[in-house]
Design a protein around this ligand. Structure first.
Ligand SMILES: [Zn+2]
Length: 133
């Protein structure tokens, strides 16, 4: 009886997908399964299959999650920063607006595909939306 429990536990652990390395692979925009194939075709389009390991990536349902995370992070970084810059340097309003517009767009464009990679990787690791089949 102990033997069968041990076998069952070992089989379950072998099927368990590690969260942390998968999220790091997603941040690097790599396949959650092998970590070397590119996850995206272009800027944000997730490939149907990994070109390296043939893992099916079409099951992802990232939807608005990456955009929500991007707005959450960029907003919480830029809102206090704009206050600090204004209080300490008192730049011209047009200079301040230009600086933070460019900063917000650049930070959003940098973070959006990385957060999408993380969301897709998380869904893959948790076997969500058909990734477990
Ligand atoms: Zn792969």
């Amino acid at each position: 009886m102990t033997h069968s429990t041990s076998d069952g536990t070992a089989a379950t652990q072998a099927e368990t997908r590690q969260i942390k390395p998968t999220l790091l692979r997603g941040w690097r925009r790599r396949c959650p399964n092998c970590g070397s194939g590119p996850m995206f075709k272009g800027y944000l389009k997730v490939r149907d299959t990994c070109p390296n390991c043939e893992e099916n990536l079409s099951h992802h349902r990232a939807d608005d999650g990456p955009a929500y995370l991007t707005i959450l992070v960029v907003g919480h970084l830029m809102a206090p920063l704009i206050l600090v810059v204004y209080e300490n340097f008192r730049p011209e309003p047009l200079t301040l607006a230009t600086l933070f517009t460019v900063g917000c767009v650049a930070a959003s464009l940098y973070l959006l595909p990385r957060f999408k990679g993380i969301v897709v990787g998380y869904q893959w690791a948790k076997r969500m939306h058909g990734f477990g089949d």
